[in-house]
Design a protein around this ligand. Structure first.
Ligand code: HXC
Length: 258
């Protein structure tokens, strides 16, 4: 499908989705979010794709929801339209891993979008923030919840109430991002992480993503039971037999996603 606000390239089992509204620092408008949801859905259904990378430009991952598109909306507009709700649900329904590769600004909805991904690799130029408070609103696609889970209440409150930005070093220290690399190496690092994932059993990768995500959604006791049952279930797969046999035979496993 031809997109206007994103660029999608698939090679070596990795689907790279680049947000592409350079004149607006990749601000998220209805068209971009619609196209992104479509592209993620397509990648999720494409047998050839084993991992997805979501990125922006050097200057901005995304500087938030498009303020010019939101400014004149009233309550009924946003309530009835549910601003990005169904598209976000589609992105969150993706069962394949999505890595966010963040360079420059990841603000407001941009920060929220990065946090919806499975993990974030940041360039040393990255700046994260929830500055909605300066616009007379608050985060609307998960920022108050996810940022608080990732960095704790004190820092999340600080970010949401003052609107200040967090640099990459602070973001790594606080648990918001998994790694920080020099800006020039960002895409290589993201690609090599994606390739690593692509080499695993797709079946086990799905199980791991489902189980880790339950840590955010279920009480500990239920999450542990969910994990344990998935773990047990993996012993019904050929990939478990192959993975363990390969280890004992001191060779690389040949996974068949079965
Ligand atoms: C629309 C935006 C934009 C945005 C930047 N632009 N952010 N347009 N929506 N969120 C546009 C600018 O208007 C400008 O267009 C061009 O991008 C370059 O931006 P500048 O401001 O000139 O760049 P710079 O001086 O480098 O400042 C970068 C910046 C600043 C610090 C990132 O642009 C900024 O503060 N942006 C807004 C960040 C923000 O408040 N985000 C939260 C949005 S609310 P022109 O045409 O003038 O060149 C949100 C809610 C989510 O995200 C909830 C969703 C349901």
């Amino acid at each position: 499908m031809a997109y206007e606000t994103i660029v999608v390239e698939t090679a070596d089992h990795v689907c790279l989705i680049r947000l592409n509204r350079p004149d607006a620092l990749n601000a998220l408008n209805g068209q971009l979010i619609g196209e992104l949801a479509e592209a993620v859905g397509e990648a999720d259904g494409d047998k050839n794709v084993r991992c997805i990378i979501l990125t922006g430009s050097e200057k901005a991952f995304a500087a938030g929801a498009d303020i010019s598109e939101m400014a004149d909306k009233d309550f009924v507009d946003v309530f009835m339209g549910d601003m990005f709700g169904s598209q976000i649900d589609r992105i969150l329904a993706c069962r394949k891993p999505i890595i966010a590769a963040v360079s420059g600004y990841a603000l407001g909805g941009g920060c929220e979008l990065a946090m919806m991904c499975d993990f974030i690799i940041a360039a040393d130029t990255a700046k994260f923030g929830q500055p909605e408070i300066n616009l007379g609103v608050i985060a609307g696609i998960g920022g108050t919840q996810r940022l608080t889970h990732f960095v704790g209440k004190s820092k999340a409150m600080d970010m949401h109430l003052t609107g200040r930005f967090m640099d990459a070093e602070e973001a790594e220290r606080s648990g918001l991002v998994s790694r920080v690399v020099p800006a020039k190496k960002l895409m290589d690092e993201a690609m090599s992480a994606a390739q690593k994932i692509a080499e695993k059993s797709a079946l086990t990768v799905k199980a791991a993503k489902e189980a880790v995500n339950r840590a955010y959604e279920l009480p500990l006791r239920e999450g542990l039971l969910f994990e344990r049952r998935l773990f047990h279930g993996l012993f019904a797969t050929e990939d478990q037999k192959e993975g363990m046999k390969a280890f004992l035979e001191k060779r690389e496993p040949q996974f068949r996603d079965k």
